[in-house]
Design a protein around this ligand. Structure first.
Ligand SMILES: [Zn+2]
Length: 331
């Protein structure tokens, strides 16, 4: 569907029931077309993408360039397949590109790091294997990508009449990037800013030491841009970036306060903190014990992102003993 002149949006389904869509954008340039993000690597996603492109007047071979906001399967999964079919040039950040092999092709080392990491943060033996391997299936969501061109902050992608500037926005993913079109004041935000929810920020063996701090810094970077319309990776296009950023910051503040209450003056591991918090799944409050393994893992890693943030902000302390990590308020 053409949203604005030369800007098309296609909603590509995610696998699983009620899991929603990812937005793929196709930008029409004078001498080529840029696809921003691609959808999950499933037959259904690919077929929907191809059909919807056809309905909007595009064939797959019309795609000359692909820009990837970050290397999660819903955004990046089909890139390799499209390249193989039509030879488009893929752009992404080097940080994300360099994580692909360890995550999707040769995950053995990462699995063992994750197991040690989760155990150190309190996940008990009986749950450890289940949580460690909870994301293994995601590997199927990514089609092997032979090569990509690396993007740095400030780089430009020219798609005449559009000129995109690359804005590095680490947080949700370490090498996440947004694309900004300064003349039209369009901002393509991937998962950095979503229409209806706030993105999940997690601390894990491949993240920075303070991903939530990085994320908040990235929000401040975006707030400095003149933006008329935001094109998110999920949900509808919207205007009012400043208000949306305020909403997201407010949400994190609330969550930080809840975590501080649970954290207390005695040391606790992230697993115990995660178990003591209420969690929302599809808008419904769910107790940790009732969650699927993949959601349990997310909850522990998300809790850790808050705990790490509190430590970085001098509002919490971390005790890192051999094979055991705990946090406390520091008072
Ligand atoms: Zn996403």
């Amino acid at each position: 569907m053409e949203l604005f002149k030369g800007i098309n949006q296609i909603k590509v389904p995610l696998p699983g029931e009620n899991r929603g869509n990812v937005n793929v954008y196709i930008i029409e340039g004078a001498s080529g077309n840029l696809m921003i993000d691609t959808g999950w690597n499933t037959t259904e996603s690919f077929n929907t993408l191809a059909q919807e492109m056809k309905a909007s007047g595009f064939a797959m071979k019309d795609i000359t360039h692909i820009a990837i906001t970050h290397a999660h399967p819903d955004h990046f999964g089909l890139a390799g397949k499209i390249v193989e079919l039509v030879g488009a040039k893929v752009f992404m950040s080097d940080i994300e590109y360099n994580l692909i092999d360890s995550r999707y092709t040769h995950p053995e080392d990462l699995l063992s790091q994750m197991s040690t990491f989760l155990a150190a943060n309190g996940v008990p033996d009986w749950e450890l294997k289940m949580l460690t391997e909870a994301s293994l299936n995601l590997r199927n969501g990514v089609y092997k990508l032979a090569k990509a061109e690396m993007l740095k902050p400030g780089d430009r992608i020219a798609m005449d009449p559009f000129q995109f500037q690359v804005v590095l926005t680490p947080g949700h993913a370490r090498g996440h990037l947004c694309l900004y079109e300064p003349n039209k004041q369009y901002l393509f935000t991937g998962d950095q800013i979503l229409a209806e929810t706030a993105p999940i920020i997690t601390y894990h063996p491949q993240s920075s030491e303070n991903p939530l701090g990085d994320y908040i810094t990235s929000l401040n970077t975006l707030e400095g841009l003149n933006v008329r319309f935001v094109f998110p990776g999920h949900g509808s296009v919207f205007s009012g970036l400043g208000a949306k950023i305020d909403d997201i910051l407010h949400l994190h503040k609330d969550r930080i306060m809840k975590i501080q209450q649970v954290m207390g003056v005695e040391t606790r591991n992230a697993y115990d903190v995660a178990k003591a918090l209420p969690w929302l799944i599809d808008g419904e409050p769910v107790n940790y014990d009732k969650l699927e393994p993949i959601d349990k893992k997310q909850c522990v890693l998300e809790t850790l992102a808050y705990l790490q943030y509190l430590v970085a902000e001098n509002k919490g302390k971390k005790m890192n003993e051999t094979e055991k990590v705990t946090y406390w308020s520091g008072e």
